[in-house]
Design a binder for this molecule. Structure first.
Ligand SMILES: [Zn+2]
Ligand SMILES: [Zn+2]
Length: 172
């Protein structure tokens, strides 16, 4: 089971329809799970951002059962200490991941809002991070959801699905 955790009542684009959409791309049962905890403890005043690694560690305490996975959704700006920002973070072959929509929004780049684009990007980033929890590393196929994305343009280039090689690895 993979739990999709909407953090602190944050409703990501697509709302309740997001979890069934993810189930089309990820070969696992998914369920929506509301999770609440105070993110302010993980805020870095120097950076004006939230520490993704610490949020992820806290999120794991909300894992309802062993052998399940959990992906947290938030709209705060995430970082890990070695990087300027991250769209998300995951534990390779581990139980947890976290994804933020903060830098997936057109408005962040001074462009007109696009709910459809935000929804697509959110689906792709969640599927990508879940792929890591399922043991996949980055893929060289630029259309594969496991292709690494530093910029939102790269997110737009890829599709919300695993390429045949990555799919084979998941089912193998
Ligand atoms: Zn990645
Ligand atoms: Zn691939």
């Amino acid at each position: 089971m993979i739990y999709v955790a909407f953090l602190n009542g944050y409703m990501p684009p697509g709302g309740d329809g997001l979890t069934p959409r993810l189930a089309e791309s990820v070969p696992s049962q998914l369920e929506h799970l509301p999770v609440n905890f105070d993110l302010s403890a993980y805020y870095s005043p120097e950076r004006g951002q939230y520490n993704a690694t610490l949020i992820l560690a806290h999120l794991l305490r909300h894992l309802p059962e062993a052998n399940a996975k959990i992906v947290g959704l938030t709209n705060v700006d995430l970082f890990i200490p070695v990087l300027t920002f991250v769209f998300g973070q995951a534990q390779l072959n581990g139980p947890g991941a976290v994804v933020s929509t903060y830098r997936l929004r057109n408005e962040y780049y001074g462009l007109p809002s696009s709910p459809a684009l935000l929804y697509d990007r959110t689906v792709k980033e969640i599927v990508h991070e879940l792929g890591h929890t399922l043991g996949l590393v980055h893929c060289r196929d630029f259309s594969c959801v496991m292709h690494a994305s530093t910029y939102v343009e790269e997110v737009d280039l890829k599709e919300a699905r695993f390429c045949s090689d990555c799919s084979a690895e998941l089912s193998g």
